[in-house]
Design a protein around this ligand. Structure first.
Ligand SMILES: [Zn+2]
Length: 308
């Protein structure tokens, strides 16, 4: 069955009775909100892993390494540490956090197990939960307060996928596998800040005896992450802001103004246009409604199309 078989050939509308027969009830409103192409193009094959639905080698590689990888292959295909270490410097976060992530992957942070291995005199157990051996994976991912922080964070976690008992598998997940990320370098997940504050909170406990609440940790990490992006995004401010009000449409003779209205809960979306003459008097106008489209942007575009 193709999509076109669900469209009534005479009315050129979705065939609701066929949809009810073949599609899950909760998906029907979404399908009905899809505008049908007025040119009635034939069905074509599209690729759902890129925004523009065009296949790219990069997205194909992502699907091959993430979605098509079989359960038993995961162990064998563990990423090399070199690749993980290199990506630590590309993570969207301040340098100090990238550096900490790099140190965690390289095994260069002073967790108690490593101190004992280097013959430092200290206790081997975890300063927070008392488990007999504190490894990097334990400190950042598995110690109960750390685990709780990951569960409270927006980073998707689930048993057997993340977090697991391997720092490499966990970092591989955070870098490339969570959320079907297509562009790991554009990832805005606050996980680097979560790692940073889990490590800080662990040190606060170890050296100063202070206990911190995991929820407070997560909220603080998220707000710090947001503040960092705000600061980074707000740097280049264009200098043309003041002039916008005067220049608009003054040099035009006849103008047409269009608008679409859309609310996520309404059954219909609306559109309207007015044509004004050189004196600014309304000469022509129109308005209508349609079944609600997927987004406000769809409605705006349809309003423009209709007015034209
Ligand atoms: Zn612990």
């Amino acid at each position: 069955m193709t999509v076109s078989s669900l469209i009534n050939p005479v009315s050129k509308e979705w065939d609701v009775s066929l949809l009810e027969q073949y599609v899950a009830q909760e998906d029907i409103p979404m399908i009905l909100s899809l505008a049908i192409s007025p040119s009635h193009r034939r069905d074509t094959v599209c690729w759902s892993h890129t925004k523009n639905e065009q296949y790219t080698v990069k997205s194909g590689y992502w699907v091959a390494t993430n979605l098509m990888r079989k359960e038993e292959e995961i162990e064998v295909l563990q990423p090399s540490i070199t690749k993980l270490k290199a990506f630590a410097w590309k993570v969207n976060a301040p340098q100090k956090i990238c550096h900490l992530i790099w140190k965690l992957i390289s095994g260069q942070v002073a967790v108690t197990r490593d101190l004992v291995r280097r013959n430092m005199r200290c206790d081997n157990y975890c300063p927070r939960c008392g488990t007999p051996e504190e490894t990097v994976t334990h400190a950042i991912f598995e110690c109960p307060p750390a685990l709780q922080a990951w569960e409270l964070s927006v980073t998707p976690s689930s048993s057997q996928i993340f977090p697991v008992s391997s720092i490499y598998a966990n970092m591989d997940y955070l870098f490339w596998r969570k959320n079907r990320i297509l562009e790991p370098e554009d990832d805005r997940d606050p996980y680097p800040w979560i790692i940073w504050y889990i490590w800080k909170v662990r040190n606060d406990k170890l050296f100063r005896g202070i206990d911190r609440d995991p929820l407070e940790l997560v909220r603080y990490a998220e707000s710090e992450c947001q503040a960092w992006y705000n600061a980074r995004d707000s740097v280049p401010i264009p200098t043309q802001v003041q002039t916008t009000e005067e220049t608009q449409s003054l040099s035009l003779c006849n103008i047409c103004m269009v608008d679409g209205s859309w609310t996520s809960t309404a059954q219909f979306s609306g559109m309207g246009w007015v044509g004004k003459d050189t004196m600014g008097k309304i000469q022509l106008m129109g308005s209508r409604n349609l079944r609600r489209r997927q987004t406000a942007l769809h409605s705006e575009l349809e309003a423009l199309q209709w007015a034209m």
